[in-house]
Design a protein around this ligand. Structure first.
Ligand code: SAH
Length: 471
């Protein structure tokens, strides 16, 4: 199968710098399912084309543990289109062979990499499965690429050129033209080729969500076929789809800029509130007798570290909606270099608290420290159900700022929140009204604790609710 990329930008041979492949050479790259060859059928000042030819080893495929074959019909191992059709293999090849270009990196040509160029791509043969919601494969091509600004030329291949009455196959030659950054073109192909094919040759797990967000984050959010793309890309795995959509939709200001996180820290530093908060949460968790605990909205993992130091906690799971934050947490906790026994106690996962998630069920306790004020108020009801109805841990320790105390921060302008991303900050009465209602509705009891030095008038800077589910 073949992917060519052409530009008419002058000098057109700059394409070689952008792809990191010299126009005068034929280069071959080993992949674990075959080989990729890159060569330039034309390379002039005014027009330059780079070709990526995939040569898949059909025998190696069957011998390997590609789960794809397990899911097809009985003779699927022997009779299949995988060696010949552009599929997830092509995406893997793009990511490996054009890795830097896909990331928008080009050593001495950084500006060019970020400049929209006249580009054309041709892929053949490209399977396109119309499926339930689209009339035909050709219509799907149109619905996926037109919203991204491409002009399409679509040629459908007959099932067998010698027997025209057999009709058409689901394979196409697709030509796309657009003026965009090379990085964008590659990202669109990387995500959409397997979507068209509606298959993947490897197991699709959590990290596939990260890939989708990394390469689709910018354009997928507003794409009219966002749901179909997400569902097919994630092989219709419901919890992965939910996680990805949650992150795409929640327009989480991400990553949390260090500088604003700092601002809140400085503000609260004088009383070292966060340390106190974590200490209190930890002691409540200890007293609850919990062994298996969740830290929901774990952020950069400060509480996780404390939990890890205490052997009472045998299974510790941190979840956050921001994968960037999770990476920082993994670094700070040095997960990579923990001894195996320690490593087995802790697990980080990506997910949103406003979507039901089976992975959260069956824990003794959950901490939700300074998280709810980051949720949009209309999502709070969904959050309460996810936590108290579906996950249903025995104990929930939940903290949030006490808005009444804000008058004591003299650097904080009146009416402003402590953190740019806070969607609200509650008084003690507001918090208790909400928490009482949640507890009643889901059969928990709840008690409240002040956090930090208490002022007779405005109370403590932060507040904690401890929910307990009667056994
Ligand atoms: N609990 C941590 C971090 C608090 S900051 C601590 O006390 O240090 C709030 C965290 O909630 C951020 O890391 C943010 O990414 C996360 N968050 C916001 N909305 C979320 C959601 N819907 N699901 C999961 N985490 C969320």
């Amino acid at each position: 199968m073949l992917l060519t990329i052409t530009t008419t930008h002058t000098p057109a041979t700059d394409l070689g710098y952008l792809l990191g492949k010299h126009p005068a050479r034929v280069q071959t790259f080993p992949l674990n399912f075959g080989q990729a060859h890159v060569f330039y059928p034309e390379a002039t000042e005014t027009r330059c084309t780079a070709a990526l030819l995939l040569d898949i080893d059909p025998i190696g495929l069957v011998r390997g543990d590609s789960e794809w074959f397990g899911r097809t019909f009985a003779l699927g191992q022997y009779v299949n289109d995988r060696p010949y059709a552009a599929s997830s293999f092509m995406s893997v090849a793009i990511a490996q062979v054009y890795r830097n270009a896909l990331k928008g990196q080009a050593k001495e040509h950084a500006t060019l990499a970020q400049t929209p160029l006249p580009l054309q791509a041709m892929i053949t043969p490209l399977p396109s499965r119309g499926g339930r919601n689209s009339s035909s494969g050709a219509a799907l091509l149109d619905r996926l690429f037109t919203p991204l600004g491409y002009t399409l030329t679509v040629e459908r291949h007959p099932l067998d050129p010698q027997f025209s009455d057999w009709g058409d196959s689901r394979y196409y030659t697709l030509t796309l033209a657009n003026t965009c950054r090379l990085q964008d073109l590659l990202a669109h192909l990387y995500v959409l080729i397997p979507v068209l094919d509606d298959e993947k040759h490897y197991w699709v797990g959590e990290d596939e969500v990260q890939k989708l967000l990394a390469f689709g984050g910018d354009w997928l959010r507003t794409h009219p076929e966002r749901d179909l793309i997400t569902a097919r890309y994630l092989r219709h795995r419901r919890h992965l789809i939910r996680t990805a959509l949650a992150q795409l939709l929640e327009d989480q200001p991400e990553p949390e800029p260090e500088e604003t996180a700092e601002a809140e820290t400085t503000l609260e530093q004088r009383i070292n509130l966060h340390e106190q908060r974590l200490g209190t949460v930890l002691s409540v968790l200890r007293q609850s007798g919990a062994h298996r605990v969740l830290d929901l909205g774990c952020g950069e993992g400060k509480l996780l570290r404390k939990l890890l130091e205490d052997r009472q906690f045998t299974e510790i799971v941190g979840m956050d909606v921001s994968h960037q934050t999770l990476e920082i947490a993994a670094d700070r906790l040095r997960l990579d270099s923990l001894p195996e026994k320690q490593r087995a106690r802790i697990h980080l996962m990506h997910g949103s608290l406003t979507y039901r998630d089976q992975r959260l069920a069956g824990f003794d306790a959950a901490a939700v420290v300074e998280v709810i004020e980051h949720l949009d108020p209309p999502r709070l009801a969904a959050f309460a159900r996810v936590l108290f109805e579906y996950a249903r841990p025995g104990t929930v320790v939940l903290t949030t700022p006490n808005a009444e105390y804000n008058v004591k921060f003299d650097t904080l302008p009146e009416g402003k929140f402590r953190h740019r991303d806070h969607r609200f900050e509650w008084t003690r009465a507001e918090f208790q009204t909400w928490a009482d209602a949640v507890a009643t509705q889901h059969g928990y009891t709840v008690r409240y604790l002040p956090l930090g030095p208490e002022d007779p008038l405005v109370g403590a800077p932060s507040q904690i609710a401890v929910f307990t589910r009667p056994a």
